[in-house]
Design a protein around this ligand. Structure first.
Ligand code: SAM
Length: 214
């Protein structure tokens, strides 16, 4: 029988720590969440490899390192309300649910959203709310959010998401061209926004009113 706990330990020790992930809470969450339950059965043996994997409907579960980096950049302490755009498998949402108070995650592809919701329920995450729709519009009736994470590549940060970020909030997103982006982190302070540039990356496109056109 596969020892998934051991595979998670190896993932953390060989992929995350050597590349500079330091936040102990993030490492703990990556050790805990059973990533193999977020992919199809035929891919479970690859779930802890250093790569993104297909999850159906032309979409992917992000590479473990990318999940860890983005989560670390969010600087979660435990009491935040978080918006994720791009639920996909629900794996990133589970990591966020371990580290924040409440998570809203929006997915435009209905079958993925339904599967992710079932998985998260089965695993006992009762602080995650999966919504179906165009996440580039955010969730105006649930805003503001202390943290926002966009897990699909976007030409720019959608204006509604900038607006729905709370004061002292942080937003992390892959921003750039269709096939190559850079992680950026926005911080909102007293209404002003500062921007930092981080790791280069490649994500599937954010498709919607304020993202890429289909
Ligand atoms: N966070 C996911 C996980 O842990 O499995 C991986 C996300 S995958 C790289 C990107 C996801 O964003 C896809 O599932 C895609 O359907 C979704 N997406 C793209 N455009 C979107 C939009 N406008 N609103 C919501 N979801 C969107």
């Amino acid at each position: 029988m596969t020892d998934y706990e051991e595979l998670r330990r190896l993932m953390v020790e060989t992929q995350l720590v050597p590349r500079g992930i330091r936040d102990a809470r993030v490492l703990e969450a990556m050790l805990k969440v059973p990533r193999h339950l977020f992919v199809g059965e035929s891919l479970q043996h690859k779930a802890y490899d250093d790569m993104a994997l297909p999850i159906g409907n032309g979409q992917t579960i992000s590479q473990p390192y990318m999940v860890a980096v983005m989560t670390e950049l969010l600087e979660l302490k435990g009491d935040e309300r978080v918006l994720e755009v791009g639920t996909g498998s629900g794996y990133q949402a589970a990591i966020l649910a371990e580290l924040a108070a409440e998570v809203y995650s929006v997915e435009r592809v209905e079958p993925l959203a339904v599967k992710a919701r079932e998985r998260l329920e089965r695993l006992g995450y009762d602080n995650v709310h999966i919504m179906i729709g165009d996440g580039t519009e955010g969730l105006p009736d649930k805003a503001p959010f202390d943290r926002i994470i966009i897990t699909a590549g976007t030409p720019e940060v959608p204006a509604p998401l900038r607006e729905q970020l709370a004061d002292n909030g942080i937003l992390v997103a892959p921003v750039g061209a269709r096939f190559s982006q850079q992680l950026i982190r926005l911080r909102k302070r007293e209404g002003g926004i500062t921007e930092e540039h981080h790791t280069p990356c490649v994500f599937v496109p954010l498709v919607g009113r304020y993202g890429w056109k289909e």
